[in-house]
Design a protein around this ligand. Structure first.
Ligand code: ADP
Ligand code: MG
Length: 224
């Protein structure tokens, strides 16, 4: 199995000191090479969940196991390396570095992992997303759809086991939405990467075989 969450709880502390519970997930599992979409309305904890899975944020308690390794108990520096080597992330706002070209942004996606950045592979990835003619463009010289395709190539650069996508098509137009989703799905299927995509959009969700609704298994509402 690729991802297993067990009894994962996460809350934030509000400015007045009170606790704001966000996640309480007894169990969630993603099998190897499986693709799932998780639906939840704005503010329901989708981004928090992806941050907990990737170890960007720590859960308050519980276990997060990725490709057989439990990450919640890792030291931060070990977890950062694990993330760099095993997890790909596509963000809603792309998070490309503005001063760098498409090719350099993809190379940066490789440079945090153990393997040496490989220029030819970076070019291949950009060709896969249809950007072989935009290698040296910087983000602001590209269309929004092109920028998100660079972000997809970058997320695949470290050959991840698990790809997390946080509303990856929320900022692109309808025709690019389908292209980006298909790119993600094909790349994951070809490389045996499991994918968890979160969205508030039913339109996006219906393109996936497995659709879960966060509030169905996030027990936070039951407690309030
Ligand atoms: P979603 O991605 O589903 O829109 P988020 O995971 O971003 O939801 O946020 C869930 C809830 O937690 C929101 O109500 C948000 O305001 C709150 N929240 C997010 N980050 C913090 C934080 N660092 N401190 C306090 N509250 C936060
Ligand atoms: Mg979010």
């Amino acid at each position: 199995m690729s991802l297993l969450l067990e009894n994962v709880k996460k809350s934030y502390r509000e400015p007045n000191g009170s606790i704001l519970p966000i996640l309480n997930i007894e169990r969630f599992e993603l099998k190897e090479s499986e693709q799932a979409v998780l639906i939840g309305e704005s503010g329901s904890g989708k981004s928090t969940l992806l941050n907990v899975i990737s170890g960007i944020t720590s859960a308050d308690s519980g276990k997060v196991t990725i490709a057989g390794t439990e990450i919640a108990s890792m030291a931060e520096v070990v977890r950062d390396r694990f993330r760099a080597e095993r997890i790909g992330f596509v963000f809603q706002t792309f998070n490309l570095l503005p001063a760098f070209s498409a090719l350099e942004n993809v190379l940066l996606g490789m440079s945090f992992s153990r393997e040496k950045p490989n220029r030819n592979r970076a070019k291949e990835l950009l060709a896969q997303v249809g950007l072989e003619h935009r290698l040296h463009h910087r983000p602001q010289q590209m269309s929004v759809g092109e920028q998100q395709r660079v972000a997809v190539a970058r997320a695949l650069a470290n050959q991840p086991k698990l790809l997390l996508a946080d509303e990856p098509t929320a900022n692109v137009d309808i025709s690019n939405q389908e292209t980006i989703l298909q790119l993600l799905r094909d790349a994951c299927a070809q490389n045996q990467i499991s994918m968890l995509l979160v969205t508030h959009s039913q339109e996006v969700a219906k393109q996936f075989d497995r659709v879960e609704t966060l509030s169905d298994f996030n027990k936070i509402h039951a407690e309030i």
